[in-house]
Design a protein around this ligand. Structure first.
Ligand SMILES: [Zn+2]
Length: 89
C-alpha cells in the first residue's frame, strides 16, 4: 500500500470520500490501503513517499579544472574542458 506524505506541515488531517462515507486520515505520513483514496490524496496535493531514495544522478560532465558538475562539455563556471566521469580513464 502506498505511503502518502502531507504537502504541508499544517495539513495533518484530510477527508477522502469513499463508498462508505468519508474516510479521515490524520498525520503527515499516512498509509493508504485503498488506491482510490491514494488518488484522492494525490489530487489534494499529497505525494507518494519514495522507498528507494532519490534517483541516482546519471550523465553529465565534470570539469577537469575545477571539478564543477556541468551539463555541457564546456564548464559553466570556469570555461574549462569537462569530461564524463564514467568515461574518464
Ligand atoms: Zn570548471
Amino acid at each position: 500500500m502506498p505511503r502518502m506524505l502531507s504537502p504541508d506541515d499544517a495539513c495533518i488531517s484530510v477527508d477522502v470520500p469513499s463508498n462508505r462515507g468519508t474516510a479521515r486520515y490524520n498525520g503527515r505520513t499516512i498509509d493508504v490501503s485503498d488506491p482510490g483514496h491514494a488518488r484522492a490524496l494525490k489530487a489534494a496535493g499529497y505525494t507518494t513517499a519514495g522507498t528507494a531514495g532519490s534517483p541516482a544522478r546519471t550523465g553529465g560532465y565534470r570539469c577537469t579544472s575545477c571539478g564543477f558538475s556541468a551539463f555541457f562539455k564546456t564548464c559553466g563556471r570556469c570555461g574549462g574542458a569537462c569530461e564524463r566521469p564514467d568515461l574518464a580513464a
